[in-house]
Design a protein around this ligand. Structure first.
Ligand code: COI
Length: 354
């Protein structure tokens, strides 16, 4: 299928590259492709970024039949454009689609769409350290019907946003609250899918954590509320006596691509990685025994975000004197080095745009 391109006649002013935050500014163009049951996916096109016209009865507004992804494009010192693990993101989009009864999208077509869009808006890719062009592909059900059933029409869209750090702290340690009242996901639910509803359901916990002075929450499992699962928008790693612990992929947490990257890089550093369940009691006990050396969250948006403090009920654990740990820093440097082209891409994670 050929992707048509209609360029804007009214390019926007680019944001100040020294003050980029996460996800508030969008580029000049977007990608759209439609789906109808009888035709499949059709009309892939790049058009000027702008509002959509959708009826109030549009299904996504009512029942949240939606999936999304997040990945990034970088510009190397030599001016080459690089995408990180794009195939993996598009495969994961289809896994989320399968769970939400959304038709799959051809991975090669989705990759081509993103490459073409990024090329059209390449002048928006920021170059400063810690910045990138965030790519947000998403799919919405668009039938104008309010009976509860899968939509028969969809839109797959991609928008782009030049970004700085996800957390205002940047790579400085954050404070994370262990959520003891609300749950995010249960086995058999949609916890592993990247779907808006998971994030809507997390907002109240995040809001209450912020009121207590924390940046995000650490979720516990939804059944017994004792096993550590993931941070609000990222996976979580804990270095205990030199061993890295992270919760296993059992259906309730997101199979993070940065999580997978981190596991690969930790192993390369000779660090043992244990993907196994552990309780929050155990975590605080490790801390009391002086064994909890580092903790960090991993995600596309957050990259590596060190955790400097954990709060849980009336307990507080300060980790590594609220400083970024050696392993966290090394993983951050390795990932960002591969992404921006200063380190070798041994694992073939990079797609370069020609
Ligand atoms: C990402 O890390 O790309 C995410 O999708 C998290 C997000 C909800 C900001």
């Amino acid at each position: 299928m050929e992707i048509t391109i209609t360029k804007t006649t009214n390019p926007k002013k680019k944001p100040d590259k020294n003050n980029l935050v996460f996800g508030t500014v969008f580029t000049d163009h977007m990608f759209i492709m439609d789906y109808e049951e009888k035709r499949g996916w059709y009309n892939p096109r790049i058009v000027p970024y702008g509002p959509l016209q959708l009826e109030p009865a549009c299904m996504v507004f009512h029942y949240a039949q939606e999936t999304f992804e997040g990945l990034k494009a970088y510009k190397t010192k030599e001016g080459k454009i690089q995408l990180f693990r794009i195939q993996d993101n598009m495969k994961r989009l289809n896994q989320s689609n399968e769970r939400l009864c959304i038709p799959k999208i051809d991975v090669d077509l989705a990759v081509e769409a993103i490459k073409t869009l990024v090329k059209v808006d390449q002048d928006w890719i920021p170059k400063m350290e810690g910045t990138s062009l965030y790519i947000r592909p998403f799919v919405i059900g668009t039938d104008n019907k309010i009976g509860v059933r899968p939509s028969s029409t969809y839109k797959f869209m991609v928008i782009l946003s030049p970004v700085g750090s996800y957390y205002k702290e940047g790579i400085r340690p954050t404070k994370i609250y262990v959520e003891d009242k609300y749950v995010r996901a249960v086995p058999g639910g949609v916890g592993y899918a990247k779907t808006g509803g998971n994030y809507a359901a997390s907002l109240k916990a995040q809001k209450e954590a912020k009121e207590k002075g924390y940046s995000e929450v650490l979720w516990l499992d939804g059944q017994q509320r004792k096993y550590v699962e993931e941070v609000g928008t990222s996976n979580a790693f804990f270095i205990v006596d030199g061993v890295a612990y992270t919760s296993p992929l059992q259906g309730s947490i997101l199979a993070g691509i940065t999580r997978n990257t981190t596991i690969t890089l930790l192993k390369e550093m000779g660090i043992q990685v244990r993907e196994e369940r552990f309780t929050v009691d155990q975590l605080f006990q490790w801390h009391e025994e002086g064994k909890l050396e580092e903790a960090f969250a991993t995600g596309t948006a957050a990259v590596i975000s060190p955790i400097g403090q954990l709060g849980w009920k009336d307990k507080v654990a300060i980790i590594n004197n609220f400083e970024i740990g050696k392993i966290s820093q090394k993983i951050y440097d390795s990932i960002t080095g591969i992404q921006n082209g200063t380190l070798e891409d041994k694992y073939h994670w990079i797609t370069q745009l020609s």
